[in-house]
Design a protein around this ligand. Structure first.
Ligand SMILES: Nc1ncnc2c1ncn2[C@@H]1O[C@H](COP(=O)(O)OP(=O)(O)OP(=O)(O)O)[C@@H](O)[C@H]1O
Ligand SMILES: [Mg+2]
Length: 265
């Protein structure tokens, strides 16, 4: 399957009687930004959990980078290049920015703690290299002070730190769940600029976001879910003028934006 880094094939996730995701198929092409959108409860986070190995499908298959990953634990998916950030920020608030990034890198330092203690010299060299790399990543995402306490950072910077931590494991594909949520307009445009630099660096992005300006600006392709089902797919232009998409969002602010976008066209 060349030309595809991630493919969901007929995936269903049930919670008791409820199908949070139902017979969904879509694929993501390498080095693109792919949007996954839909109203609240559409199944976006459930799909992300599934892809990153925090939940399992009741039916269907997932392929990542040419391999079936259905039975892989989340750590193995991460090790093979699947990174993610969370809808609700998850970080170590008491630790510094640098320590948070190092925590995201642990799998890559010196072959485990036991081996590290036996080979203290090589562990120290690996640790120095890890710190250097973590500092580079923090600079890349635009965080100037590696020793800042994560919990004290402004909200927008905490979101950047989450991205930095995900970058620590060298992801080929990064899943971002509502990265712009709660950001002010200037933080949001800073984030757009950062994600475009990530794409230029060769990282494929799969993005869940309710901010339609953000989505339409960044995405090459968009898949739309509603009540767990895929209802539309295409370029931003195609998706925002699709009557099924406008109907799904009916009565929400997003609908006004979509219709405005469709009129501009
Ligand atoms: N662990 C769970 N157990 C039971 N139901 C769940 C569970 N997780 C999610 N759901 C249900 O599955 C559906 C999809 O939820 P999900 O969180 O994936 O939606 P979402 O598209 O991410 O929504 P939002 O935009 O609000 O974040 C919802 O009806 C939700 O209540
Ligand atoms: Mg969600």
């Amino acid at each position: 399957m060349s030309g595809t880094i991630l493919a969901l094939e007929n995936v269903t996730v049930r919670f008791g009687g409820l199908a949070a995701v139902e017979a969904v198929s879509f694929h993501v092409e390498p080095q693109t930004v792919h949007g996954l959108i839909g109203p609240n409860g559409a199944g976006k986070t459930t799909a992300f959990n599934l892809i990153s190995g925090l939940g399992h499908q009741s039916d269907g298959h997932i392929r990542f980078d040419g391999e079936r990953i259905d039975d892989w634990p989340s750590w193995r998916r991460a090790q093979r290049g699947l990174g993610r950030t969370f809808q609700n920020i998850r970080m170590f608030g008491e630790m510094t920015a640098l320590e948070n990034v190092l925590a995201g890198m642990h799998a890559h330092v010196g072959g485990g703690l036991g081996a590290a203690l036996l080979r203290l010299q090589s562990f120290r060299a690996a640790e120095r290299a890890a710190i250097l790399k973590a500092r580079e990543i923090l600079a890349f995402v635009g965080l100037a002070d590696p020793s800042a306490r994560a919990g004290n950072l402004p909200y927008g910077d905490q979101r950047r730190l989450e991205i930095a931590r995900a970058l620590a494991s060298d992801p080929k594909l990064m899943l971002l769940d509502e990265p712009a949520a709660g950001m002010n307009p200037s933080e949001t445009s800073g984030l757009i600029e950062l994600l475009l630099r990530l794409k230029a660096r060769g990282v494929t992005l799969l993005l869940v976001e309710h901010d339609m300006h953000f989505i339409m600006h960044l995405c090459d392709r968009i898949t739309v879910l509603n009540f767990g089902r895929k209802i539309a797919e295409g370029t931003p232009l195609e998706v925002r003028s699709d009557p099924k998409v406008i109907e799904a969002y009916l009565g929400t602010k997003v609908a006004e934006r979509l219709e405005a976008g469709a009129r501009v066209r």
